[in-house]
Design a protein around this ligand. Structure first.
Ligand code: HEM
Length: 145
C-alpha cells in the first residue's frame, strides 16, 4: 500500500474520531445541560473546545478524502460518494450555523435576555440533533462506498 494512501487513511480515521466523537460528546453535554441548567455555563465553556475539535476533524476528513480519491486503486461507488459529499456539505453549513448561534447564546446569557436564550436554545437543540444524525449517516454511507 503506497505512502499516500496510508497517510490519507490515517488522517481520515483521525478525522472520523475527532468529528463523529466530538459531535456525539457535544450532543451528550447539551442533553445534560438541558436537564441541569446550573451546568449550562460550564457546558458552553466545554463546547468551545469540542467545536474546535469537530472543525479539525472535518478539515482532516475533507483533505484526506481528496487524498483517498486520488490514491485508492479500487472502484468506489461514485453516486454514493456524491450523496456522502452532499451530507458533508450539510454538516459544514450546520457547523457554521451552530457556531454563529453559540456566540449569540453567549451574548444573550450576558444580557440575561431569557426570551432570546430560550429561542436560541431550541435552535441549537434541533440543529445539533440534525448534525449528529448527518455524521452517522455519513459513517454508514462510507462503509458502503
Ligand atoms: C463527515 C465527513 C466524513 C466521514 C465521517 C467519513 C467517513 C469515512 C469512513 C468511515 C470511511 C471508511 C473507512 C475505511 O474503510 O477504513 C471513509 C472512506 C472514504 N471516504 Fe470518507 N468520510 C467523510 C468525508 C469524506 C470526504 C469529504 C471525502 C472526499 C472528498 C471522503 C472520501 C472517502 C473515500 C474516497 C473513502 C474510501 C472508500 C474506500 O476505501 O473504498 N470522505 N470515509
Amino acid at each position: 500500500m503506497d505512502l499516500g494512501l496510508i497517510i490519507s487513511r490515517l488522517m481520515h480515521d483521525f478525522g472520523i474520531a475527532f468529528g463523529v466523537g466530538g459531535a456525539t460528546i457535544a450532543f451528550l453535554i447539551s442533553k445534560k445541560a438541558e436537564k441541569k441548567p446550573e451546568i449550562s455555563q460550564n457546558a458552553a465553556f466545554l463546547m468551545e473546545s469540542i467545536s474546535k475539535l469537530i472543525w479539525i476533524g472535518l478539515l482532516l476528513l475533507i483533505v484526506s478524502g481528496i487524498g483517498l480519491i486520488a490514491f485508492i486503486k479500487w472502484p468506489v461507488n461514485i453516486p454514493l460518494l456524491i450523496v456522502k459529499h452532499a451530507i458533508v456539505l450539510i454538516i459544514l453549513i450546520n457547523g457554521i450555523y451552530l457556531g454563529v448561534n453559540s456566540k449569540k447564546m453567549g451574548k444573550a446569557i450576558k444580557e440575561k435576555n431569557v426570551l432570546a436564550i430560550n429561542k436560541i436554545k431550541l435552535r441549537l437543540k434541533k440543529v445539533g440533533l440534525l448534525n449528529l444524525i448527518c455524521w452517522y449517516i455519513v459513517m454508514v454511507l462510507s462503509v458502503l462506498l
